[in-house]
Design a protein around this ligand. Structure first.
Ligand code: SF4
Length: 406
């Protein structure tokens, strides 16, 4: 396995004692009312799985996602009819709900479709390997530099109308490269590698820049986490060297479902976010898209990049634990999970509990058998029978005027 110098791998983070994540500097790119990049919070997105031709179904799917915190919703547009349907979907959202930032995914040879859908959505996602599809020649084994450049010129011509349309409407484009669907000339020239993925994106970026279009977001998705990590790191490095400050969209494709799908997505996405790379993310699960949103927020909250829920600190419990920690944590969470912004600790004993509460706002700590202590910050406030612990904790938060009803 090739190892990059440490300085390159952690270009944006400080390996010293600094506990802040230093995000890569990017330009703000507007997707309707939501801004990706700049100093804006990392944006959460997902994708409906309804057929875009099913207007009512698609509107309901978009609304469902948006209501639970999905800030940008993607839809797929496989045909011209689907592209036209977006006009109706957008109008229906305005009439029955509100404007939702929308992205359309355009696939094989999608030039005309992309031009139509660009009228109705805020961002168009293209896959450079598929958008301009070169039919592979069975006997070909390489591309000469001249052939490579000539095809590049054809691609520029084909992309021009979309780029100009998006530029003139001040809308955005995601250059979404996927490992596994690189164009043949990229594959033959760079191999099926992170380098090939990055070159594919850079070519597309340069074309957009040549038309003075800069509302770009770039992604490098792969289903294998080490490939995805290498591709995104290389992309960030190459863009920085070229003075390109475009925001980055993070994701692991085909991550699967259940616990492993969540861990795999987190391994890829959180690693990069911790290094300062990434301005928006999608966790792709083989489950209902609504299931993706809590995972996105948990990743962002655990890294301190967004605070959208209560932060619970709880010890793993051990022989010293004085109560059923799992059950009490569950009760505390059920009672307080709507209090966004608070940190609440549940610790098994006073030996290590108070010291390890990590500056939580409130603490519930095992004191002696049958009794717990409530803390405000590092101060012990009162000792109460365990059976009254959760109610007394709520009373304390209320007394401090930090309670809101669910
Ligand atoms: S806080 Fe106390 S009970 Fe919890 S793990 Fe540490 S020593 Fe054990």
């Amino acid at each position: 396995m090739q190892t990059l110098p440490v300085a390159d791998r952690f270009a944006y983070s400080n390996l010293g004692t600094d506990t802040t994540i230093h995000r890569r500097k990017t330009r703000p790119v507007a997707i309707g009312s939501v801004i990706i990049g700049g100093n804006n919070p990392v944006v959460v997105q997902s994708m409906i799985n309804e057929d875009t031709l099913d207007i009512d179904g698609a509107v309901a799917g978009i609304r469902r996602l948006h209501e639970i915190g999905c800030e940008i919703v993607r839809v797929t547009v496989p045909s011209m009819a689907h592209a036209r349907a977006l006009a109706e979907i957008k109008q229906k959202l305005i009439d029955t709900y509100q404007i939702v930032p929308l992205v359309a995914d355009v696939h094989h040879n999608g030039m005309k479709i992309a031009l139509e859908v660009a009228k109705h959505v805020d961002k168009v996602r293209i896959n450079p390997g598929l958008y301009v599809f070169e039919k592979p020649k069975p006997d070909r084994t390489e591309y000469t530099p001249t052939e490579f450049a000539e095809i590049g010129e054809q691609i520029r011509d084909m992309l021009e109308p979309l780029v100009v349309s998006l530029r003139n409407q001040n809308k955005a484009m995601r250059i979404g490269v996927n490992h596994g669907s690189l164009a043949e000339r990229m594959l033959f020239t760079y191999g099926d590698t992170p380098e090939g993925m990055v070159e594919s994106a850079l070519e597309c970026i340069r074309i957009c820049q040549s038309f003075d279009f800069h509302n770009l977001v770039v992604s490098m998705k792969a289903s294998r986490v080490p490939v995805m990590l290498a591709a995104y790191r290389l992309l960030a490095q190459r863009m920085d060297k070229a003075g390109m400050d475009y925001p980055i969209h993070l994701g692991v494709t085909e991550a699967g479902d259940g616990e492993y799908g969540r861990i795999k997505s987190t391994a890829g996405i959180a690693t990069l976010l911790a290094e300062g790379i990434g301005d928006t993310l999608r966790v792709s699960l083989t489950e209902a898209p609504e299931k993706e949103i809590p995972v996105c927020y948990s990743i962002l909250q655990s890294l301190g990049l967004r605070k959208t829920m209560v932060e619970y600190v709880a010890c793993p419990s051990c022989g010293r634990t004085l109560f059923n920690l799992e059950e009490v944590l569950h009760q505390v969470r059920e009672a307080t999970k709507h209090l966004t912004g608070l940190d609440i600790a549940v610790m098994g004993c006073i030996v290590n509990g108070p010291g390890e509460m990590a500056d939580a706002d409130y603490g519930y700590v095992g004191k002696t058998p049958g009794y717990i202590s409530l803390y405000r910050g590092r101060d012990e406030i009162e000792r109460v029978p365990e059976a009254e612990g959760v109610a007394k904790l709520i009373a304390l938060i209320k007394a401090d005027d930090r309670w809101v009803d669910p």
